[in-house]
Design a protein around this ligand. Structure first.
Ligand SMILES: NC(=O)c1ccc[n+]([C@@H]2O[C@H](COP(=O)([O-])OP(=O)(O)OC[C@H]3O[C@@H](n4cnc5c(N)ncnc54)[C@H](OP(=O)(O)O)[C@@H]3O)[C@@H](O)[C@H]2O)c1
Length: 345
């Protein structure tokens, strides 16, 4: 087989504050033929995820290295194997992995790659409810918060890829679920499709005091479990309402990802002490050994239509920067994905 030309998205400059489309550019690259123990894959769908913003800060040491300006961006993808020198993968297999995003073709060594079951759900679901975001939600619910029947679970960023799964796993465990999201349509979906008990449009509240009042009304017995996706006034309100013995899964702080100045912490941290609250930050990869347990619970729910999910689709690799930036504007309902190529060529 010979080399292929492949369009790929590069960072032209590291974004300052809110990313702009001008921070990205598409370049033509050349992808070599597969070497020994390698395969070449053609990206069908790619994922845009909030954590990628952290990889655009070369000055900040993180759990994952920053993107280089000289290489294509990378991220989760569903792709078709088009050439293979790996015994376990044949041409035509459809796989999901963490590197194939932001480009048309790429070489893979087959590590951290999984074959998808195309009949279980539409392909983008492998980047959402059945993939990394779904696993993140499941880990925070089952390994950290462990909600009990009758307890109250509060979720911020609730209509997104992670939050929407948290809501439903909480309901399945008999919790009273209070959700927060940023548009009337998201609130409607959370109530009517995800089945939450109460949903707050945080944009209706000017500050943490107003959000606290609304949350206290929606959670009259206090918040036993808080799944944190957002930070800022959500964290402050949750700490105001947290119940004695509360558990907080600190998953993400998206409201702060584009900050150019350090943000002061919430002023009510003392509530954690007085109320004996457990706060556990986590990265989904910590729970990699539990992935079969996750799949064992979530895949049958998805197959039976008992776990609802939404996806916001963008058409074409050139839309990837817009899709990514949209994460910070709340443009996506559920999982944001970009179609890079057709299911079959
Ligand atoms: N720890 C881990 O391993 C891990 C893994 C995956 C994701 N995460 C984190 O989980 C969170 C959710 O990720 P996701 O993939 O599910 O993304 P997502 O919720 O599908 O998309 C991002 C959503 O965040 C909300 N948002 C953006 N800016 C906001 C702001 N300033 N204030 C309040 N809400 C804001 C928007 O919804 P609204 O319209 O509701 O504002 C937007 O739709 C992120 O913080 C992410 O970093 C962590």
């Amino acid at each position: 087989m010979s080399e292929r030309s492949s369009k790929a998205v590069f960072l032209k400059a590291y974004p300052q504050g809110m990313p702009r489309e001008a921070d990205f550019e598409i370049r033509e690259t050349t992808v070599p033929a597969a070497g020994a123990n390698e395969m070449v894959c053609r990206t069908i769908w790619m994922s845009v995820d909030p954590y990628m913003r952290g990889r655009m800060r070369p000055d900040v040491k993180s759990y994952i290295p920053p993107f280089s300006l000289d290489e294509p961006l990378a991220g989760g993808a569903v792709a078709e194997v088009v050439e293979s020198n790996i015994a376990d993968y044949a041409v035509g297999d459809v796989i999901v992995d963490f590197t194939g995003g932001w480009k048309e073709y790429y070489v893979s060594n087959g590590e951290r790659t999984q074959k998808v079951m195309p009949n279980l759900a539409p392909l983008p679901a492998w980047l959402g409810v059945l993939g990394m975001p779904g696993m993140t939600a499941w880990a925070g619910v089952t390994q950290i918060m462990k909600p009990k029947e009758g307890e109250t679970l509060f979720v911020s960023g609730a209509a997104g890829a992670v939050g929407s799964v948290v809501c439903q796993l909480g309901k399945l465990r008999g919790a009273r679920v209070v959700a927060s999201a940023g548009s009337p349509e998201k609130i409607r979906w959370l109530k009517e499709e995800a089945g939450v008990d109460a949903a707050l449009n945080y944009k209706d509240y000017k500050n943490a005091a107003e959000l606290t009042k609304a949350l206290a009304e929606a959670a009259p017995n206090g918040v036993d479990c808080y799944f944190e996706n957002v930070g800022g006034m959500h964290l402050e309100a949750a700490l105001n309402c947290i119940a004695p013995g509360g558990r907080i899964a600190l998953c993400g702080l998206i409201s702060m990802y584009n900050n150019t100045e350090p943000e002061p912490g919430p002023p009510n941290l003392f509530n954690l002490i007085g109320r004996g609250v457990m706060v556990r930050g986590f990265i989904v990869g910590e729970y990699a050994d539990k992935v079969m347990e996750f799949a064992g619970e979530v895949a049958p729910l998805v197959a039976a239509g008992n776990l609802k999910f939404q996806q916001t689709e963008y058409e074409g690799l050139e839309k990837a920067p817009e899709a990514f930036i949209g994460l910070f504007r709340g443009d996506n309902a559920g999982k944001a994905v970009v179609r890079v190529g057709p299911d079959k060529v």
